[in-house]
Write a protein that binds this ligand. Structure first.
Ligand code: NAP
Length: 309
């Protein structure tokens, strides 16, 4: 394929916004869509805090609108995800998971983050058989059942509240006795009569018969006693890890794996490689902040390309 000016990896709010800005700057960006085109917001229901939507907007709809907006200005989308990069010389090389290698003068990393798992025995074997990280995707399958949500952050509160639409009873299991979630999200969950709480309990194993989840074994931290909590479904909602493994050490990361960018820029340690959205943001991780940094990355890339001309 011919050499691109700008290649954008990832299509959450950061990647789409970078694509809109780069396309309007006549850079003809090529966007590699990633595993989950549209990113994490395609796995949510209503987004209540994206400015401009006083009555909220459905996550998938918001992302589809962003994509159309980028396409209107000529951004080209390719299905597939980045498997490897070579940033050792110009133009940079990006190899997709189908083996195709693309060359680009500038690259914008917008690969986001993926749901973390508990990494306890029984969990991985039962993914898709009662273990899930996406309430929106899988909640329907738990109509009339009893389920557990693990986590104490905003995501866990949101998922548990959402799951009460389907399940008869949702128990939130959290490893500490205080929640990390914001007050408004906590209050919403606490006032829901279908939600029960088991705090200060660490998950240690998922129990099942190979075909379906039957329980979650926890250790009660105050007594050190273990107990198997009977359940038909387990939603793991314990945060995300940045999608940076494919960079293979070529870009500076922090100790968790987020791309490091200095304040006031989206530039990475490699000249011509920029990062935006959740892949470089351990702190805010919001759709609106991701979109904002996507805009900055496109502008930074545009200025950098101008300086090279
Ligand atoms: P988070 O804030 O990092 O919370 C993760 C939760 O999982 C914490 O309670 C943590 O426990 C627990 N946890 C982590 N590893 C664990 C393990 N191995 N075993 C058991 N528990 C574990 O992640 P999040 O809830 O996904 O939220 C991420 C960001 O998105 C936050 O900034 C949040 O405000 C935002 N968000 C906002 C909304 C909204 O406003 N509508 C909705 C969702 C998310 P500890 O507390 O003990 O560390």
């Amino acid at each position: 394929m011919t050499e691109q000016q700008v290649m954008i990896l990832g299509t959450g709010p950061a990647g789409y916004t970078a694509a809109i800005y780069a396309a309007r700057a006549n850079l003809n960006p090529v966007v590699l869509e990633g595993d989950e085109p549209g990113g994490q917001l395609t796995l949510t229901t209503e987004v209540e805090n994206f400015p401009g939507f006083p009555d909220g907007v459905m996550g998938p709809e918001l992302m589809e609108s962003m994509k159309k907006q980028a396409q209107r200005f000529g951004a080209k989308f390719i299905f597939g995800k980045a498997a490897a990069v070579d940033f050792s010389g110009s133009p940079f090389a990006v190899t997709a998971d189908d083996g195709t290698t693309y060359h680009s003068r500038a690259v914008i990393l917008a690969t986001g983050a993926t749901a973390r798992l508990l990494e306890i025995p029984g969990e991985s074997e039962l993914i898709g058989h009662g273990v899930s990280t996406c309430a929106t995707c899988d909640g329907f399958f738990f109509s009339g059942k009893r389920i557990i949500v693990v986590g104490g952050g905003d995501s866990a509160m949101e998922e548990a509240t959402f799951l009460t639409r389907y399940a008869n009873e949702v128990t939130i299991v959290h490893r500490r006795d205080t929640l990390r979630a914001s007050k408004v999200m906590q209050d919403r969950a606490r006032s829901n009569p279908k939600i029960k709480w088991i705090l200060n309990a660490t998950p240690i194993a998922v129990k099942g018969d190979g075909q379906k989840v039957q329980g979650l074994e926890v250790r009660h931290n105050d007594t050190d006693k273990t107990e198997v909590l009977s359940t038909e479904g387990l939603f793991v909602s314990i945060g995300h890890r940045p999608n940076t493994a494919f960079l293979n050490g070529q870009v500076n990361l922090d100790k968790v794996g987020y791309v490091q960018v200095p304040a006031n820029t989206t530039a990475t340690n490699i000249q011509g490689v920029f990062a935006c959205g959740d892949v470089a943001d351990p702190r805010y991780r919001q759709a609106i902040t991701a979109a904002g940094t996507g805009c900055r990355a496109a502008m930074d890339a545009e200025r950098w390309l101008e300086q090279q001309a």
